[in-house]
Write a protein that binds this ligand. Structure first.
Ligand SMILES: Cc1cc2nc3c(=O)[nH]c(=O)nc-3n(C[C@H](O)[C@H](O)[C@H](O)COP(=O)(O)OP(=O)(O)OC[C@H]3O[C@@H](n4cnc5c(N)ncnc54)[C@H](O)[C@@H]3O)c2cc1C
Length: 440
């Protein structure tokens, strides 16, 4: 049974006071709350979420992939240390995260492969373990992959046949729901508090130094965030962590804080058909005996084996052409699979011929268009964490630790395993210029 801690209803009559208020119980909010409480045991830390349990926002809708394929030290450290932490949670602390390491396979046409040769060497030089496969090897390991195209595919559809495979080995599946439950449980063990079904409606702005005159704060006063008005009343806090994912803009736009983030939808389609078994059970890539997480960038499609049910999830990684905009309940675009993705997919993977998805859903990614790298940005009385551009789960622990370092006013955050990053590198003003080739 879940141990929910705020027993007395928060009422508007009795303002509640906490040292730290975290808004959002997704992967990033819970990770931040855990590390804030771990490093500041004497402080009261309360997490609120408008939904009824942990990780029910976009964390619940994600593909559940962890990966460390990066060409920059910063992104590599964020991902790789978080993967180490996942193993600690599972192997040492006993949380069942269903970690299955099967690698991340890029299936590339000749041009793309040539362009990626240098970035692949850069990634290797910072520690990413990468294997490459030529066409003949792929043909024997993936008999379902069509590598020779006729006139219709090349001339009419403009598709290019696969020439090479690039496999980043330290990548795999994680049960994102189990992850947030494990973070919630570790947070509660430390004495953290949670209040679900509690919506933060607005952030509270107060003058840094109150003088007790009606109308404060005035424009000439320095201000700070002092908590939030919630659906259950006011919660005052010394520090408010805004970890509300794509919904953060609803809290931050009114206070004029730009989190470098815009929401964009992405859908996942689920297949479970005997005709896909040979593809799913592709041998030779990893000890798991499963198809790696596989991306075909030429048609903006990726495939993920879900080990718990043996199904294959298909995602569409389109970007330019898909609109930005926050949605509370996004739905898969009508006909996106049947009338669109399908026609190109079956050219590369004819085993999908006539198959229809059993299920589908759509979530929203918090896109940082500037450099695809997350943001941890302090402002007076507040820390924002987010803008993870579709990789928040795989960087969640490192981001939570960076929030805790920002709270402590430290210049560097120590990540799990001892690597260090500069907190300001993820900030807004003095952000590190990152040019990431891969989409981590
Ligand atoms: C289709 C899809 C596939 C993805 N696949 C992957 C993947 O394979 N690997 C990966 O690493 N990442 C993936 N991502 C990205 C990943 O889901 C996010 O980066 C991550 O979940 C972000 O976590 P979060 O805590 O910031 O956001 P969320 O999980 O959305 O949490 C925000 C929380 O804030 C709450 N909230 C919002 N507003 C308020 C408010 N006003 N008051 C109170 N509570 C509020 C919400 O209810 C929610 O629970 C994917 C995303 C999508 C959409």
């Amino acid at each position: 049974m879940r141990n929910i801690i705020v027993e007395q209803p928060i009422s508007s009559v009795n303002t509640m006071y906490r040292d730290i208020l975290v808004i959002g119980a997704g992967a990033l909010g819970l990770s931040s709350a855990l590390h804030l409480k771990r490093l500041n045991p004497e402080k009261s830390v309360l997490v609120v979420d408008r939904l009824g349990g942990p990780g029910q926002g976009n964390t619940a809708k994600c593909a559940g992939i962890y990966l460390n394929l990066a060409t920059t030290e910063l992104n590599f450290s964020l991902c790789d240390s978080t993967i180490d932490w996942f193993h600690h949670l599972q192997d040492d602390l006993g949380h069942r995260l269903n970690l299955t390491q099967y690698g991340y396979l890029y299936l590339l046409d000749g041009d793309r492969h040539r362009k990626l040769k240098q970035p692949i060497e850069t990634a290797r030089s910072i520690g990413v373990d990468i294997k490459t496969y030529d066409r003949e090897e792929l043909e024997s390991m993936l008999p379902d992959l069509a590598t020779k195209f006729g006139e219709e595919e090349t001339e009419l559809m403009g598709l290019k046949p696969i020439e090479a495979g690039v496999l980043a080995t330290r990548c795999g599946n994680i049960d994102a729901d189990a992850l947030t439950r494990s973070l919630e449980s570790e947070f509660l063990k430390l004495g953290g508090e949670l209040s679900y079904n509690t919506t933060a409606e607005t952030l509270t702005i107060k003058p840094q130094k109150e003088i007790g005159i009606d109308g404060e704060p005035f424009v000439w006063q320095d201000i700070r965030i002092a908590g939030a008005e919630t659906s259950r009343g006011e919660i005052r806090a010394e520090t408010t962590v805004v970890a509300a994912g794509t919904w953060s803009e609803r809290l931050l736009d009114p206070i004029g804080f730009d989190p470098l983030m815009r929401p964009k939808s992405r859908s996942i389609f689920v297949f479970n058909d005997p005709r896909l078994r040979r593809l799913r059970d592709a041998k030779g890539f990893s000890e798991s005996g499963l198809l790696p997480f596989t991306s075909i960038p030429e048609i903006r499609v990726y495939l993920k084996v879900e080990p718990s049910e043996g199904s294959i999830w298909l995602g569409c990684a389109d970007d330019f052409g898909r609109r930005y905009g926050l949605e509370d309940d996004p739905q898969p675009e009508r006909g996106l699979y049947e009338n669109d993705i399908y026609h190109a997919l079956v050219k590369y993977l004819p085993c999908f011929q006539d198959l229809r998805p059993l299920n589908s859903w759509t979530g929203q990614r918090a896109i940082n268009r500037v450099d695809k790298t997350p943001v941890v940005a302090p402002a007076p009385g507040m820390i924002y964490v987010g803008s993870a551009t579709g990789y928040g789960v795989t960087k969640s622990d490192a981001l939570g630790r960076t929030v805790a370092a920002a709270y402590a006013g430290e210049e560097e955050a120590e990540l799990y395993g001892g690597r260090r990053i500069r907190v300001a590198d993820l900030g807004i003003e003095n952000r590190k210029k990152v040019k990431e080739t891969f989409k981590v």
